[in-house]
Write a protein that binds this ligand. Sequence first.
Ligand code: MG
Length: 395
Amino acid sequence: MHKGYDLRNLAPYACSEATSKGRLHPEADPVHRTQYQRDRDRIIHSAAFRRLEYKTQVFVNHEGDLFRTRLTHSLEVSQIARSIARELHLHEDLAETIAIAHDLGHAPFGHAGQDALNRCMKEYGGFEHNMQSLRVVDELEEKYAEFPGLNLSFESREGILKHCSPKDARKLGTLGQRFLDKNQPSLEAQSCDLADEIAYNNHDIDDGVRYGLITIEQLLETRLFREQHEVVMQKYPKISSNCLIHEVIRRMISRMVVDLIDTSRYQIEKENFSHPDEPRQLEKYTVSFSDDMKQQTLELKRFLMKNLYRHYRVQRMTTKAEKVLSALFEAFINDLQILPPDALAHCNQLKDKIGDNGIARGVSDYIAGMTDRYAIVEYERIFNPRQLSFANLIP
Ligand code: MG
């Protein structure tokens, strides 16, 4: 075991190398790093991680340089998850790993892309971004001579697979078992899941206000925003609008994180866990908000759904994204010869491995791996008759 990590801070219920369920392909222990640091480093060096920079969170990133992308979202989740993990004496490296990997399987164009691809894949086993994140780290990243994927440790893979249908779970062996037994993931994974929620609720407000899709007046409808807005206005009555939104949001994040840590710490003490498997065996999460905060976050989510995610400008992008992805899928599946050679070879390999659905799965992997801008360029190349023929020769 690696000696450098300060184990004095690690609680008996935290994941650790001592209780780890290991990697699918056994490897020599890392030198000067923990096992989970190794996982994190492998993700940072992966192509899928770099692609997150050009993938939409909610807003297509070429529409504004300051919008969150999947990359900056993942970094915000990591920052929040690490704060939670450190306070609860959990394994911070593992929390960071899960956070930066949690969105690796997202298709281009955010949830619109996922929905479109799922519809296209309906007859071939469907498309789900969590399962796809696992495919990325288990199979699709091709970098190592000795194993497919990144060969991450069980605890990292467990955290990446947040949801899973019983049908998919049965195919996944040990990793899928918890969905069949209705058990929970590690406390580190639970922390990341809630950190994700804290991050997107808050940064979507920030992006929404910055681009004029929602206003501060509207946001005052929600208690979480209103209370912190009052605090800021009382302290700084002449504050500029740019500082105002930031001062409110940073207080909202802090309120949510503090509530989460206090509530979870109380639960952990009550349960008196002595091993990381104990919280896994419970029927529900140990890491959670207080009931009052749950209500407030629910109110905020409803507000964002109504006023932001269904805003006509966001909706236009959604419709466009669905068209682009559906058209690409149909074009490829009907004429495999227009796929680039690597993607075609991948489809054929999958056909040999899993049968007829392999071709569709290969096309879905190719599309899911695209960044927003790459998907748009591919669409242009295939469907725009004005695209000069030589442009098709440029890779
Ligand atoms: Mg996320």
